[in-house]
Design a protein. Structure first.
Length: 177
């Protein structure tokens, strides 16, 4: 599937599963919006999740990556699907360290200097994924790229670029609305 066809298929799948909603919404960043992209709806629909995984795998193909990762909770189904599609090992990043069981901030083990590509559902300012990048870097991992299913074109690209991370949107909000 070519880049244009894959993107078109993803836009169509997101719309078909009802992930694009219109109304008055407050985003995780606190900003107000007249539309909302409910990627949880998309990532719990097997057909749409498969389209997302295939499109992300197309982007990843040929990159020097050791792991795909996702931030709990929204990034878990995305990273898992992409891990299955690419056969790259998976690492999940918790929002806070667990202090029971085996503990820790990560599910999955990576070594110092492992290259981890993060998957994000929707980016606005990039704040949620920045915390995960810092945690991975503090643990010795390398993150220089994030794939987001939808970028809202609201500053995430620049904010991540400022810390040396390239944001790769599979689609932009303007493709959906």
């Amino acid at each position: 599937m070519s880049e244009g066809n894959g993107k078109r298929a993803l836009v169509d799948a997101l719309k078909a599963c009802g992930a694009v909603k219109f109304g008055d919404f407050t985003l995780a960043s606190g900003k107000k919006s007249t539309y909302y992209v409910d990627i949880k709806k998309a990532s719990t629909d097997p057909a749409t999740l498969k389209v997302i995984a295939k499109e992300a795998a197309r982007v990843i193909n040929g990159l020097d990556i050791d792991f795909v990762g996702g931030v709990v909770l929204g990034g878990v189904p995305l990273a898992t699907a992409v891990s299955l599609e690419t056969e790259l090992p998976l690492v999940l990043i918790r929002k806070s360290e667990k202090d029971y069981g085996t503990g820790g901030l990560f599910v999955g083990e990576f070594q110092k200097d492992s290259k981890i590509l993060l998957l994000e559902d929707v980016t606005t300012s990039g704040g949620s994924v920045k915390d995960a990048i810092v945690a991975i870097r503090d643990a010795g991992g390398i993150v220089d790229r994030v794939i987001t299913v939808v970028d809202r074109d609201s500053g995430a690209e620049k904010n991540l670029s400022d810390i040396g991370v390239k944001l790769v949107p599979l689609v932009r909000a303007s493709d959906l609305i």
